[in-house]
Design a protein around this ligand. Structure first.
Ligand code: BG6
Length: 485
């Protein structure tokens, strides 16, 4: 690393994201020798107060000891401290935080301060403004990781950009989308451009009838009502995480793998995406399970308004106005409180016009993140044995269950957050989102959101497969796409 010392300041350190994601990710970097525990401090901060070792004990609960770790959990915890803020707008609190960090930084050495803000969007302007005012020493490197949601629409995203621009240079900002830290998302590039002619030459409207993305979660929005009710499913995962996956799947080859060239190719694709119209969006909300009393309706959550129309499930059909994809529906589907947890993108191939075997099931190619990390290409082949029956058989690469010695799996598999925090420390912007992209992404989704927000959502049962109306909706728009299992 180009630094003698790194301080990571975690805002929102009392919250769930910090305990479940941020701290475990930083510990794993240490345990795997990516960061030297003796050159690192993690300063948590939030409005809660903790006595004695209460904060460290809380963080510890989220960590798992690793065999052959380069540093133990107690080594790591000894480098973690906590500063409580009176309020996010209270400038004095930031002076206190700055003094606490200063004490940890070795004098005359090259230090990095990395600020990670995992807080509700309403606190963001105050926090970033005060960080800049009080905790951003000149003459050393300081960086800020900006979590989603990046605004609520194009106008608020632009406003947020203006605010950030007045305080920080673009180089100092790392707009994070944890899907860009996932192998299953980044792998789209080598799959398409890494010497697989059977994929690269068929990756277009000539051969593809539809692209689908299917994101399902077995759990609902329990306990997150305050945030979720304001943002809903489209803003929570579709406009950002799922869109990032689609952008890599759809974009033209970048000129090189440099951050600038990748960002340019991504932005070009986003500007070719037609804004999704409300008529091509179906929204739904889950009701209580009929068989399991624990699985309550979305609206039964105390933090949710009784008359909430927030979508916990949505299916949207997007079209892309370019040579490669004109006319191909991109069906983007995401739902909470369903029968399983799944996240995958699939290319659905056309049946060749003059097929000798017209009944053969057209081939599909799927990249999956949940329930396992895998790639699956289905092939039409002759059933082995008597007769001439044609069957569809999968060719599978299962990364999760691959043997540890298999070349498809490195011995160290960092989580998405781990990867991205490390890249922010090394100063690599490739898998972060530049300003123009963060704003342009909303242009595709704004109408879809504003045009469906006041619509009464269809109902579906917690633990089921989604609203029954989806079948007809898809039939009219992407007739050979269906999701029922
Ligand atoms: C988060 C959303 O950003 O992503 C959650 O706020 C969602 O609602 C999560 O559950 C999904 O991430 P992953 O990596 O589990 O697919």
């Amino acid at each position: 690393l180009p630094f003698d010392h790194v301080t990571i300041a975690v805002f929102g350190a009392s919250g769930d994201l910090a305990k479940k994601m941020t701290y475990p990710a930083i510990y794993s970097l240490v345990a795997n020798g990516m960061l030297d525990v003796n050159k690192l401090h993690v300063v948590g901060t939030a409005r809660s107060s903790y006595e004695g070792s209460e904060f460290q004990d809380k963080i510890k609960k989220g960590l798992k000891e690793k065999k052959d770790a380069k540093a133990s959990i107690s080594d790591f915890i000894s480098r973690c401290s906590y500063v409580s803020l009176k309020g996010y707008e209270d400038t004095e609190s930031y002076s206190k935080l700055d003094a606490a960090i200063r004490k940890l930084e070795p004098e005359g050495k090259k230090s990095l301060r990395l600020f990670y803000i995992a807080l509700p969007p309403s606190a963001f302007e105050d926090v970033s403004g005060n960080i800049k005012k009080k905790c951003w020493p000149e003459g050393q490197t300081n960086r800020l990781i900006v979590e989603k949601p990046y605004g609520k629409d194009e106008a608020s995203a632009k406003k947020l950009s203006k605010h950030l621009e007045s305080l920080f240079s673009e180089d100092e900002l790392y707009r994070i989308d944890h899907y860009l830290g996932k192998d299953t998302v980044k792998t789209i590039l080598p799959l398409r451009f890494g010497g697989n002619p059977h994929l690269s030459s068929t990756w277009s409207r000539e051969h593809v009838s539809a692209v689908t993305i299917n994101f399902k979660e077995e759990f609902g929005a329990e306990g997150r009502g305050g945030y979720f009710d304001e943002f809903g499913m489209i803003r929570d995962v579709m406009q950002n995480h799922l869109m990032q996956w689609i952008v890599l799947l759809g974009m033209e080859p970048p000129k090189s793998l440099s951050a600038d060239d990748i960002h340019e190719a991504k932005l070009k694709f986003i500007s070719d995406c037609k804004p999704i119209v409300p008529e091509d969006v179906l929204v739904a909300q889950y009701e209580a399970s009929k068989s399991d009393k624990e699985k309550k309706a979305y609206k039964d959550d105390e933090t949710v308004k009784n008359d909430s129309k927030a979508a916990t499930f949505a299916t949207a059909v997007m079209y892309v106005n370019n040579e490669r994809w004109r006319g191909v529906p991109f069906v983007i589907r995401a739902g909470k409180a369903l029968d399983e947890t799944r996240a995958e993108v699939t290319l659905h191939y056309k049946t060749p016009a003059k097929a000798l075997f017209p009944t053969a099931t057209p081939s599909t190619f799927t990249v999956r993140d949940h329930p396992e990390k895998s790639h699956t290409l289905t092939l039409s082949t002759k059933q082995v044995g008597e007769g001439f029956s044609i069957v569809s058989a999968p060719l599978v690469v299962d990364f999760d269950h691959a043997s540890p010695s298999a070349s498809v799996k490195a011995s160290y598999v960092p989580s998405a957050y781990e990867t991205l925090i490390f890249e922010a420390i090394t100063g690599d912007h490739t898998w972060f989102i530049p300003r123009a992209e963060a704003e342009a992404g909303w242009r595709v989704w704004d109408k879809a959101i504003s045009g469906t927000e006041n619509r009464t959502p269809f109902a579906y049962e917690y633990g089921g497969q989604g609203p029954k109306e989806e079948k007809e909706f898809l039939k009219q728009r992407a007739h050979d796409v269906h999701f029922e299992t």
